[in-house]
Design a protein around this ligand. Structure first.
Ligand SMILES: Nc1ncnc2c1ncn2[C@@H]1O[C@H](COP(=O)(O)OP(=O)(O)OP(=O)(O)O)[C@@H](O)[C@H]1O
Ligand SMILES: [Mg+2]
Length: 399
């Protein structure tokens, strides 16, 4: 199944573009589900149809749904959450803090995506269009590996507690008791089953993100930052949509507006090169209802097919020569001052603007050490060398 996620700064037209994409795809013969993953649902308003957390068929081959993340924090997760809360509380952690700790970051977003996937399969969709929250919320999704790491830490802690202090802790926990094999097994299934599968899908060629922006500085800047983060996490971006382009026909508009717009467009084309930049005009009226959206979508895509992978963002590559290797990590728009690279346990850990991604070294480079890293022309180049047996491993820095 092909998945496209739309994100961008608040108010730029994400929901409108997602809905228009889905309607156009359905009219081109693709069975499509458009799902709102933004807790502040407005997909129903944009489509001008009452929506719920069950898919509703709006046109032949088109379903729409507003996923309810709270409702999706399913019984399984509620059980894990309760178990962790009680465990932390039994350790003497204040109840509210314990509850907060058990709220592992990103779970809500994860549940939403898992639900969208399940619903898409339920309606036999070939194409899943996801209307995401503004950029920051959406980016929490791609920090999945970090979430998984957090969960692994919790799991280890639980296991340690089970091994070292099962009896006294069980007494303190009262009715919850320890070890709760079922809750642990659930947690493990979630970590090693659902989460891994979802992460694989998100970073596969079937999934891409489309960044929506307006011809202005702020939304362009936010889209560039998102692009850098998505590249860091290995999620493809396949197109950029510049919405609300002032049409030539906008008679009476001051000429400076058009000059400003041309400058912003040129900036976007250069910043996102080689991705295609699709343009959507500013309409006289709000783009609401199936008919207006169908027209908007047809015009936006022209001869392109909405479900196609419209472009390719560059990916991490490893090159090897005798005794040395090079990792090439495209990071368009990254800030050199916040970049940091270290090698920990055969994983390259890259930090950029507070986000952290671990890239496992290919097996053939196991035991290599980090020699240096340099950020140039929007690309982070990391040089690795085969370590002499017995020599120090790890360490690192970035220019
Ligand atoms: N090209 C356009 N021409 C005219 N109106 C538009 C256009 N695109 C979006 N709008 C209108 O702008 C408003 C905001 O659009 P939309 O809800 O799609 O933005 P959003 O990015 O999803 O916002 P949010 O961040 O709140 O989710 C809506 O009223 C929509 O109809
Ligand atoms: Mg929206």
């Amino acid at each position: 199944m092909r998945r496209v996620l739309y994100t961008g700064k608040g108010g730029v037209g994400k929901t409108t573009t997602a809905a228009a994409t889905a309607i156009h795809a359905a009219q081109c013969g693709r069975r499509t589900l458009v799902a709102s993953a933004d807790a502040a649902h407005s997909l129903g308003d944009v489509l001008d149809r009452e929506l719920s957390s069950r898919p509703r068929e709006l046109l032949p081959g088109l379903h729409a749904v507003e996923v309810d993340p709270r409702g999706e924090l399913d019984a399984r997760w509620v059980r894990i959450h309760r178990y962790l809360t009680e465990l932390f509380a039994a350790e003497g952690i204040d109840h509210f803090e314990a509850e907060e700790m058990a709220n592992l970051p990103g779970t809500e977003e994860l549940m939403t995506l898992l639900a969208a996937e399940r619903l898409a399969r339920e309606v036999a969709a070939e194409f899943l269009v996801i209307d995401c929250a503004p950029t920051d919320g959406a980016l929490r999704l791609v920090t999945l590996p970090d979430v998984a790491r957090g969960l692994v830490r919790v799991l280890f802690r639980v296991q340690r507690l089970v091994a070292a202090a099962a009896a006294p802790l069980a007494r303190r926990m009262g009715h919850a008791g320890l070890p709760d094999g079922a809750a642990l097994a659930e947690l493990e299934r979630f970590l090693y089953g659902d989460l891994r599968r979802l992460h694989r899908r998100l970073t596969s060629r079937d999934t891409s993100v489309r960044l929506v922006l307006n011809p202005d500085r702020l939304s362009t800047r936010e889209a560039r930052r998102a692009h850098a983060d998505l590249c860091l996490f290995g999620v493809s971006v396949d197109a950029v949509i510049v919405n609300r382009i002032l049409p030539e026909a906008a008679r009476g508009a001051p000429p400076e507006w058009f000059e400003e717009q041309s400058a912003r467009l040129a900036e976007a084309v250069a910043a996102f090169d080689p991705l295609p930049v699709l343009l959507a005009p500013l309409r006289d009226d709000e783009v609401v209802g199936l008919e207006a959206l169908a027209h908007h979508g047809a015009e936006l895509f022209g001869r392109r097919r909405p479900e196609d992978l419209l472009g390719r963002s560059p990916r991490v590559r490893f090159r090897r020569s005798a005794g040395t290797a090079r990792a090439v990590v495209p990071l368009p728009g990254a800030d050199r001052r916040t970049l940091e690279v270290v090698l920990v346990d055969d994983e390259l850990v890259i930090r950029s603007r507070g986000r952290r991604r671990a890239i496992p070294l290919p097996r053939s480079l196991a035991g290599f050490g980090l020699r240096r890293a340099e950020y140039r022309d929007e690309v982070l180049e990391i040089e690795l060398v085969a370590e002499v047996p017995g020599g120090a491993a790890g360490g690192g820095a970035c220019a």
